[in-house]
Every structure is written in C-alpha cells, then in structure tokens.
Write a protein that binds this ligand. Structure first.
Ligand code: UT7
Length: 346
C-alpha cells in the first residue's frame, strides 16, 4: 500500500526507473597540505597513490542526516516531485546507533509517514539501497522511493591515522526511483552482488557496537575509529569489482565494448584504473571525481552520478555500468541506460 497520495501508480509490469538525482557537499575543503601539518604524509604521496587533492569535511554540528536531507531535497526537486512512499538511506555513519537516520530525514523532507530505514553496506551501500528500492517497486510495495547515500566519515576517522585520514571525505548524493515500463530508459538492470564476511576485519570500527561493549569506555582511540588494511582491501576491490561488473554487463546482454560509461566507487584512482583496464573500458569512458571529493563511502556513487550528469558526461542513451566495493566486505554491480531529460541538481 502506498502512503503518499500523489505517488506514481505501478503499472501491471513494473521496473524501477531513475527520475531524479541530487547531491550536497559540506562547504569546508581540506587540502592535502592541511593534512600534512599533523600527519606523516605528503601532497605528492596522496595524489599519486590515492588520486585525491582535496576532500570535504562537515563541521562538528553537521551530521549525516543533515547532508542526507540536503541531497534528498535536491533529488526530489530534480525529479519534479514532493512525495515518496519510502526513503532508503545507505550510511556507515548514522546520526545515532538508534533510531535509524532515514525516518528523521523523511520527516524533514515533508514526506509524511513514508516508510524509512537505513542500510549498512559500507561503500556498496548505495547500490544495495537501489537494489532494495527497485525490489519494492517491482513488487508493487512502493511506487516511488528516495534512495540516499550519505556519510560523515570525519566522525569515524582518526585524524592521526595516515592509513585512513587522507582517504575519506564527507558528502551525500540521492536518487529518485519510480515505477516504469520494462525496457524504458533509466530502468535499473539486474544486480550482481555479494559479500565475504570472512574478511570483515579488513575494514572495521572495533568498538562502539554490541561487541566488545565491556571495554567500550576504556577503549583507546584507535579502537573507536575506522581501521583498514588498505592494501588487502585494494586487491580484493579490484578482483571483486571486475568480476561483478563483468557479470552485470552480461546480464544486461552487453559486451564490455558496448559500455559507454563505467561508474566505479571512488575508493582510490588506482583501483578505478585497474578495474577499467581489466574490463577493457578506456579511461575516457570512466568519469571520476575522487580528486575533489575523496572517498565518500556510500555517498560516492550518487555523488559521481550527479557530477557526471551535471557536467554532461552522461548523455541520454548511454549504457552505464555501475560497480562498488567496501566494508563487509561487500560488493555490487548493476546497469542502466541513461534516461533523457534528467536534470541533476548539486
Ligand atoms: O572505499 C572502500 C574501501 N577502501 C578502499 O577501497 C581503499 C583501498 N586501499 C587503498 O586505497 C590503498 O591501499 C591505500 C591508499 C590505503 C594505501 O596505498 P597502498 O599502495 O596500498 O600502500 P601500502 O599500504 O601498501 O603502503 C605502502 C607504503 C608503506 O610504507 P613502507 O612499509 O613501504 O615503508 C606505508 O607505510 O606507503 C606507506 N604509507 C604512506 N606513506 C605516506 C601508507 N599510507 C601513507 C600515507 N603517506 N598516507
């Protein structure tokens, strides 16, 4: 049952179609040189080994829900709608351990009693959330879903850890998905997704959840922030994203040479280059914004989609292959043909 009165009505055979995109970044830029003032690193190392020049940081009073509401409002405006049946928020950095952040975001966006919940799937969170939203639409449970990826990574990064502090940035991106006809441009293709929990400790915040709770108050700073075995994650990221993207393209009936744009989670410019090379997709078909936003985890894919669309790098009819990888370890890939007339707002 749909809650909203002006919700898109699901036709007999439905698919989930992308109709709006929006993004928001907190205004404060943190340059590599600023990080070098208190970290044993260099501007050259960060540029060459990660591909980042600057990232954004939210001020201490700004939380993930604030970023998510800004991006969500832009996506709704981009779609030309004011209501949605559900809000699915992908984040690793919710406002509180309880409740979920999505209901507050829905209320602030004036979405009445829309169903609202969070999804925790790390940097793959946005593609997981779109998959769940598309399922809700295809099953007739919802006619229109606002999907958001938002992160305040600065809240969980140890500023003195050179293995993580230069990498992560804050930001949010959002998409509106609506019921449409199968085969319509903008329809999400099949997803290829998976996880490898046997390697869960490769990216972990050890303390703060229900495990290790006895020592929570006495835990050292390193236990309360993200800890990452970067090189191990990098190798798995390349392998898993290459395999998932290959299968997602095949599920869409595309040869990899048919792909017009590869949208890769912005983890590290070297990872994106290795995945595109393994897939045989030339660099000019692989948009990137990591240099100016950093790795924004669950916000990365919708931020990149919004930037690429606003910059004219995604044109109507383009065959777009999307792929992400991150903590869990978890990965996902899917496809869509870029719709006509979509005005992304950032
Ligand atoms: O978003 C999804 C999850 N995250 C990712 O996908 C991130 C994946 N990993 C990475 O992006 C990369 O592994 C990093 C950027 C984190 C590290 O790059 P790397 O090429 O894998 O470096 P490494 O960890 O193998 O370290 C190489 C060297 C080491 O020094 P020694 O032992 O060779 O002397 C590190 O101590 O680089 C050193 N190093 C640094 N040096 C300067 C590590 N971090 C830094 C740094 N500045 N910030």
């Amino acid at each position: 049952m749909y809650e909203s009165e002006d919700s898109a009505q699901a036709p007999a055979a439905t698919t989930a179609v992308l109709t709006g995109l929006g993004a928001w970044l907190p205004p404060r830029e943190v340059t590599n040189d600023e990080l070098c003032a208190h970290l044993d690193t260099s501007d050259a190392w960060i540029r060459e080994r990660i591909g980042i020049s600057v990232r954004r940081r939210a001020d201490p009073k700004t939380a993930t829900g604030d970023l998510a509401a800004e991006a969500g409002a832009r996506a709704l405006r981009s779609a030309g709608v004011t209501q949605a049946d559900a809000v699915v928020l992908a984040t690793t950095t919710p406002d509180h351990p309880c409740p979920a952040t999505a209901p507050d975001v829905a209320a602030r966006l004036g979405l009445g009693n829309a169903a609202a919940f969070d999804i925790a799937a790390g940097c793959s969170g946005f593609l997981y959330a779109t998959t769940v939203a598309a399922g809700l639409i295809r099953s007739g449970t919802a006619g229109r879903v606002l999907v958001i990826g938002a992160e305040t990574m600065s809240a969980v990064i140890d500023p003195e850890d050179r293995a993580t502090a230069p990498i992560f940035g804050d930001g949010a991106g959002a998409a509106v998905l609506e019921a449409g006809r199968p085969g319509q441009a903008g329809s999400l293709g099949e997803v290829v997704w998976g996880s490898d929990g046997g390697r869960a400790d490769a990216i972990v915040i050890p303390v703060g959840g229900s495990r290790n709770r006895d020592g929570r108050d006495a835990a050292p700073k390193s236990e309360r922030h993200v800890r990452m075995r970067g090189n191990e994650v990098l190798r798995h990221a390349v392998r898993r994203m290459t395999a998932a993207a290959t299968r997602a393209a095949a599920a869409a009936g595309w040869a990899l040479t048919d792909v017009d744009r590869l949208i890769v989670h912005q983890a590290n410019a070297r990872i994106s280059a290795a995945v595109s090379e393994a897939l045989g997709i030339p660099p000019e078909r692989v948009p990137s914004n990591i240099a100016t936003v950093g790795n924004t985890a669950a916000a990365s894919i919708p931020l990149l989609l919004t930037d690429a669309a606003a910059d004219g790098a995604l044109r109507p009819g383009d065959r777009v292959l999307l792929v992400a990888f991150g903590s869990g370890l978890a990965w996902a890939a899917t496809t869509l043909v870029w719709p006509a007339g979509l005005q992304a707002e950032r």
